[in-house]
Design a protein around this ligand. Structure first.
Ligand code: MG
Length: 380
């Protein structure tokens, strides 16, 4: 008899056959007894939520702007927006919401301070050790750097949750052949839907762009038409919020419509057969084209905006200087990282230490690193 207090029964009743079911998990590296009422992916989600790397997302700006106001997204609020969009889609498609949420909450925890310029600086400084990738670093955090259990390092997440992040870290190789598990694909789609929409919102609020400039883009005109259809003519302050809402809603609606059609032939099939068939969620041709147009517009008009360039240059210089100081003086790193440097290249360890910092913590440690010549910097 079905007992809805049991997660396996709930999943059996609610999830599609091709969803990742908790009963099929490959377990954890360090075996643990199962929990009486939380499934393995719900536990993963909670472990990520309670990790210190997750809390530090609140101190990392999504698009690094220095001191330009307090309206715009941090990586934490971005992460919650991604989780919300991804969970909504997972529910409609009857995929595993717990796994989707775990992957969404984890997806950005490897980001260094100072937005994309932080990643660029670390990639450049770490060339001799293969560069830097925030997706790869997220795995180092959850498998090695988080300290929660006495008998092993890391969070000991389920293999499927780790594999989902691993796919993100090796996106280029994963682009052919077998497709990633559907829950991973949803998080990817939700990530780009959320950041396109909130970058529009943040850029409008900061005055980097105007609605008139954005109206050159087909997807913006589409969203504005829907807004006018629902609410008539509105003052600009209200229009911005509703535009962002419509941008998300129309992209989510489009992706879901396409996904429902793509999944139809797989009714009754399992996760592996959908993967082997190479099924990939994608937008309709029209929305796909309009999204690419929006993204290249945002890249030039926002990420390369002249007001942001000097702020980023200064942040990049601070990071690069700190990286050099620490590579030359490993004794300035906290104990945990000095120990890691005994068995790892110094460039990797300095990169890990810096990548884990928040924007403000990085600035404070930069001050100590260049102004005083002795004593280790603080651990995070
Ligand atoms: Mg993201």
């Amino acid at each position: 008899m079905i007992d809805l207090r049991r997660y396996a029964d709930r999943e059996h009743l609610l999830l599609a056959s091709y969803a990742m079911h908790s009963r099929d998990t490959g377990g954890r590296v360090h075996s643990e007894v199962s929990h009486p009422y939380r499934g393995p992916f719900a536990r993963d989600r909670d472990r990520i939520l309670h990790s210190s790397a997750f809390r530090r997302l609140s101190g990392k700006m999504q698009v690094f702007t220095g001191e330009m106001g307090i309206y715009h997204r941090t990586r934490l609020t971005h992460t919650f927006e991604v989780a919300s969009v991804a969970r909504t889609m997972a529910r409609v498609l009857r995929l595993n919401e717990d796994l989707t949420e775990a992957l969404a909450l984890m997806h950005d925890i490897g980001h260094p301070p100072f937005g994309h310029c932080g990643e660029d600086v670390l990639s450049h400084c770490m060339e001799s050790v293969g560069g830097f990738s925030h997706n790869g670093f997220a795995l180092v955090i959850v498998e090695q750097l988080e300290q929660r259990y006495a008998s092993f390092p890391g969070l000991n997440l389920s293999r499927e949750t780790l594999a989902g992040q691993d796919v993100r870290a090796h996106k280029a190789e994963a682009a052919v052949g077998r497709s990633p598990v559907l829950e991973v694909q949803l998080v990817d789609a939700a990530d780009s839907i959320a950041y396109d929409a909130h970058d529009v919102d943040d850029a409008l609020q900061m005055g980097l762009l105007s609605i008139e400039e954005l109206s050159e883009l087909a997807v913006i005109r589409r969203a504005l038409e829907r807004t006018r259809g629902r609410h008539g003519l509105l003052p600009k302050s209200q229009l911005r919020q509703l535009l962002v809402h419509e941008l998300i809603d129309l992209q989510v609606g489009d992706l879901l419509e396409q996904a429902v059609e793509a999944l139809r032939p797989f009714a009754g099939h399992d996760t592996a057969s959908v993967s082997e068939a190479g099924l990939r969620f994608c937008h309709s041709d029209a929305i796909g084209f309009e999204r690419r147009e929006l993204e290249s517009f945002l890249f030039n008009a926002v990420y390369r905006h002249e007001r942001l360039i000097p702020v980023r240059r200064a942040a990049s210089d601070r990071l690069e200087t700190m990286f050099r100081v620490l590579v030359q003086n490993p004794s300035r790193m906290p104990l945990r990282f000095r120990q890691r440097a005994e068995s790892n290249p110094i460039e990797s360890v300095v990169g890990e230490y810096i990548a884990g910092m928040t924007d403000a913590f990085c600035d404070t440690q930069f001050g100590y690193a260049v102004e005083s010549s002795t004593g280790p910097l603080a651990d995070w």
